[in-house]
Design a protein around this ligand. Structure first.
Ligand code: ZN
Length: 276
């Protein structure tokens, strides 16, 4: 009798271990991806992004942030236009009228709150590059590890002031980076728009692979025709980076989500809905 109980307990332990291993294997990696509205803009003259094409024409832009739930913690990609713009009725006007007038119909803070995520819950964050429409809310997360390329961090700003608080924790990269060490979230170095521009490859369990472009291209037509905006840091690097993303897209059978492309984003689900 005692022997039987012992044996049964042993069998049970083996079964439980097996179940736990199986369930943790299923849960590891990326669980969800939310697209957050991080700004809506109107471009004065779109040919600034596509020299010689559509001169003088206006175009609508969107600006996205992406919140990823990984089994090891929350990760935020880009932070958008500063939430302060939400209180400006006419939006944030650019110095150059051909550039973008940005509005903030929803704050990043309110969208995180709706999902039930506090800024301190976000373990890691990365930005595609250091332009204001991508780093507007970095300091909402003062203790979150920020991943960016060393070349971007060291790039002098217009006023030579640091772009982030010097005490903000940073991991400086020199190339691609597998963030969680399991291949599910990979920062892809795509310089050109700025010296240390980067994109993000996310592998979702049901949706599959998705590449978040940052500003490697601003909209589909520019990507497909390899057009380089006039204010980019390096035209050659921009074209090489677009090709790098195209190769990756093919290799991983990935969707390419272009950050500022309104026509594309209109076809996607926004938070609180999410992709699995
Ligand atoms: Zn941008």
């Amino acid at each position: 009798m005692r022997n039987n109980m012992k044996r049964n307990a042993g069998v049970l332990a083996v079964l439980l271990t097996g179940l736990l291993t199986a369930s943790s294997a299923v849960q590891a990696g990326v669980e969800k991806l939310y697209i957050l509205n991080c700004g809506e803009g109107v471009v004065g003259d779109i040919s600034r992004w596509s020299p010689g094409v559509n001169e003088g024409k206006s175009m609508d832009f969107v600006d996205n942030c992406y919140l990823i739930k990984h089994s090891d913690g929350w990760f935020l990609w880009d932070t958008g236009i500063t939430d302060a713009v939400a209180t400006m009725p006419d939006g944030l006007k650019p110095a150059d009228p051909r550039a973008v007038t940005w509005k903030r119909p929803k704050t990043l803070a309110s969208q995180l709150e709706q999902i039930g995520v506090k800024p301190e819950d976000i373990k890691g964050m990365a930005i595609s590059h250091t332009h204001p429409d991508h780093i507007g809310n970095v300091e909402m997360f003062p203790n979150t590890m920020l991943y960016l390329q060393k070349a971007e961090y060291q790039w002098p700003g217009v006023d030579t002031k640091p772009r982030f608080k010097t005490e903000h924790p940073v991991t400086l990269l020199e190339g691609d980076k597998d963030v969680f060490g399991d291949g599910s979230v990979t920062i892809i170095s795509t310089p050109g728009h700025t010296p240390g521009h980067q994109s993000l490859l996310v592998k979702l369990p049901k949706t599959g692979a998705v590449i978040l472009t940052g500003d490697a291209a601003h909209f589909k037509d520019n990507y497909e025709n390899r057009r380089v905006p006039s204010n980019n840091f390096s035209a050659d690097e921009t074209v090489a980076s677009m090709q790098k993303l195209a190769d990756l897209q093919k290799k991983d059978n990935a969707q390419l989500w272009i950050n500022h492309d309104k026509a594309q984003r209109d076809t996607l689900k926004l938070a609180p809905e999410y992709y699995e």
